[in-house]
Design a protein around this ligand. Structure first.
Ligand SMILES: Cc1cc2nc3c(=O)[nH]c(=O)nc-3n(C[C@H](O)[C@H](O)[C@H](O)COP(=O)(O)O)c2cc1C
Length: 325
């Protein structure tokens, strides 16, 4: 395929609570093409968490905050109390966190009720206070970024929130092009992200609904940026960033060993009866892109024994190998 390779454009893997954990980050970054990734959020209330909590959310702390393939991992925190946020962020840094991101996007009721995530977007001065406090407390060597939606109920405060974040001294702002109210309803509003990007001096990272080379191209036509963030599109097609960069697509056959690796890793911890849940969750994304994943999902969805699932992947690898010759 004759597409220009976008070597200067950077891509980050979107944080996804309950989905993009350390195992998923390791595997997706090993497939390559991702320049940055972010942990699931650490929800900060008024306590300072013990070390084990930071290590659970970000096992990469033990690895210079990088995945095995060397991709930097940013630790994400969420909360409404600047003091507690600063205390926990500083602790994360003493444990080895190299970058901190603040989540102003989470729409979950439980999170918003306890004063964190998208609800803060109703009051831009709180965005400023939280980020300015963090910036003042963290060593200057630690980049501080934020990720936000376009608003809570509506978009009326989107520019104010973005300006507040910028004036707090953050290094970049990722925008998921929806309000909290819109949930995940398509389409993401890339035009509003452009408005924000035109206004700010710091880099703005567009996010939302980049699921294919075509949707990326459309997004880039609307909002030109140095970096884009991709979430569900990368779960469905782990080769997407490489495809965007002009490389060949990742076939189901090429991908299967990664699925085997994932299931093997899942079987290293947790309760046995849960060790097949996450691969089913991932297959539900994969079947949006890979036709072959559809039939395979049907085959494994009723399996409760994690060893059976591992064997099924092995059989699928052999079967696909035979099909190829
Ligand atoms: C299951 C799920 C969990 C998510 N968890 C987080 C999170 O922990 N932190 C965050 O900032 N955004 C979170 N998001 C939002 C994504 O990072 C991203 O903004 C959103 O999915 C839109 O991007 P996409 O269309 O590329 O997936 C989550 C989204 C989903 C679907």
């Amino acid at each position: 395929m004759n597409r220009p390779i976008l070597s200067a454009t950077r891509f980050s893997l979107a944080p996804m609570e309950g989905v993009v954990d350390a195992t998923m980050r390791r595997i997706l970054t090993s497939i390559a093409g991702v320049d940055e990734c972010v942990t699931e959020f650490l929800r900060v209330t008024n306590t300072t968490y013990p070390e084990k909590v930071f290590r659970r959310i970000c096992p990469e702390l033990a690895n210079d905050c990088r995945t095995d393939s060397g991709t930097p991992v940013t630790l994400q925190i969420l909360g409404g109390d600047p003091d507690a946020m600063a205390r926990n962020a500083l602790k994360a840094v003493t444990l080895g966190a190299t970058k901190i991101d603040v989540n102003f996007g989470c729409p979950a009721k439980t999170v918003n009720r306890s004063d964190g995530g998208a609800i803060i977007l109703r009051e831009p001065e709180r965005v400023l206070n939280i980020l300015a406090r963090l910036r003042a407390e963290l060593p200057t060597s630690v980049p501080l970024s934020a990720k936000m939606r376009l608003g809570y109920e509506d978009k009326t405060l989107m520019l104010e929130n973005a300006l507040a974040a910028q004036s707090a001294g953050i290094c970049k702002l990722t925008i998921h092009g929806r309000t909290k109210r819109e949930g995940y309803k398509p389409p993401a509003d890339w035009y509003s992200i452009k408005q924000i990007s035109d206004l700010l001096d710091i880099p703005v990272v567009p996010n939302g609904d980049i699921t294919s080379v075509e949707s990326f191209t459309r997004c880039r036509e609307i909002v030109a940026a140095d970096e884009y963030m991709v979430g569900r599109g990368l779960l469905a097609n782990p080769g997407l960033i490489n495809e965007i960069r002009g490389f060949d697509a990742l076939s189901w056959q090429q991908f299967l060993p990664h699925l085997f690796d994932f299931q093997e890793s899942e079987m290293e911890f947790g309760e046995r009866r849960h060790q097949g849940n996450r691969i089913k969750q991932w297959l539900a994304y994969l079947k949006q892109h890979y036709q072959e994943a559809d039939g395979f999902f049907d085959e494994v969805k009723r399996m409760t024994n994690p060893d059976d699932i591992l064997r099924a992947i092995d059989t699928e690898i052999v079967r696909m190998g035979r099909t190829a010759f």
